[in-house]
Design a binder for this molecule. Structure first.
Ligand code: FMN
Length: 330
């Protein structure tokens, strides 16, 4: 039976599963496959070198799916910040109705998008940030627990607490992000009050994810202990796949007398991280992955994966409700 949540209704999707924006992974191939499977696929704006390239990618994605898909705009601290407004304008001009925002000071971009009625899913790792985003008028929060891949924030609160805090205190619907890979997880998220889930690492390990096969096989081999937190010293903590490069970066982070970011910068270079996905060498640079990596044991198509999660979630919720029996049957 189909799911019917605030998320599925607002986005016009069948299954309450969002594929989170992923730098160097969120191309049309993956986003269209997730949307065709009944979830929400998302293109990552900043994976495209310019706003015009994003326009081309959106047009390409439209040829690959007739279903809704979204665009992620991530605002990160940077010396030479990209022109976020121009990326957002391209999304608007191309008729994108759903945008996932993440990062610092999203106010101006959210204002620009809301002015034309775009549905905004905003990612946050604390309830305080969620409340600020609500004041900006976002439609859904995407609550990112400490288990998640990428920017985990600085408070280290896992989803078991964070989701219930969201349920208790937020006036806007939310989805659960970080640590989800199966239908049992979706059922748990719905039970905690979420309207759906967001997955990153799990979607990297699908047939359609446009990354090297070796990296997908590395994900299948990896365990939940194989991620590492980097850049905590600079309050920009990222959960990355633990490899030779993250180990070297963390060593410098711990031992540096100066605490200058320049010392660690070459190790965490985004360019080398991108190369990992192209050349398939997991030790070539840093790449993002969540603790959920320990729950991933195969490389299915997006369609197979989404159908499986849907089926497992339904079975799990049915099994759970069968645990409640009339007192007369005990
Ligand atoms: N989130 C963003 O908002 N912007 C990004 O550019 C971004 N890049 C990511 C790249 C990779 C390879 C991965 C795995 C995740 C990335 N994320 C990014 C986070 C995901 O959108 C999602 O929130 C996260 O993966 C959820 O945790 P999970 O991996 O446990 O499912």
């Amino acid at each position: 039976m189909p799911f019917n949540t605030k998320l599925t209704r607002a986005l016009g999707i069948k299954v309450p599963i969002v594929q989170g924006g992923m730098q160097w992974v969120g191309y049309a191939e993956l986003a269209s496959a997730v949307s065709n499977a009944g979830g929400l696929g998302i293109l990552t704006a900043l994976t495209q070198p310019t706003p015009e390239d994003l326009r081309k990618e959106i047009r390409k994605c439209k040829t690959m799916t007739k279903k809704p898909f979204g665009v992620n705009i991530t605002l990160l601290p940077s010396m030479n910040a990209p022109d976020y407004g121009a990326y957002a304008q391209v999304a608007i001009d191309e008729g994108i109705r759903i945008v996932e925002t993440a990062g610092n000071s999203p106010g101006p971009v959210i204002k620009q998008l809301k002015a034309v009625g775009t549905i905004i899913l905003h990612k946050c790792t604390t309830i305080r940030h969620a409340q600020s985003a609500i004041n900006l008028g976002v439609d859904f929060l995407s609550i990112d627990g400490f288990e998640c891949a990428g920017h985990v924030g600085e408070t280290d609160i896992t989803n078991f607490i964070l989701l219930s805090r969201a349920r208790q205190s937020l006036k806007v619907p939310f989805i659960a992000s970080g640590g989800f890979a199966d239908g049992q997880g979706l059922a748990a998220a719905l039970s905690l009050g979420a309207e759906g889930i967001n997955m990153g690492t799990r979607f990297m390990c699908t047939i359609e994810a446009p990354i090297h096969q070796n990296i997908k096989e590395e994900i299948v081999r990896a365990q939940e202990t194989d991620t590492e937190l980097v850049l905590r010293r600079w309050k920009n903590t990222s959960r990355l796949y633990k490899n030779k490069v993250t180990e070297a970066a963390v060593k410098i982070e711990k031992e540096s007398k100066t605490g200058k970011f320049e010392e660690v910068a070459p190790y965490v270079s985004g360019k080398r991280g991108r190369e990992v996905f192209i050349n398939g060498d997991p030790d070539y640079g840093v790449w993002t992955a969540g603790q959920v990596i320990g729950l991933i044991h195969d490389i299915p198509s997006c369609d197979e994966l989404v159908k499986r999660i849907e089926r497992e979630a339904e079975e799990t919720l049915n099994k759970a409700s069968a645990l409640i029996v009339p007192a007369s049957k005990l």
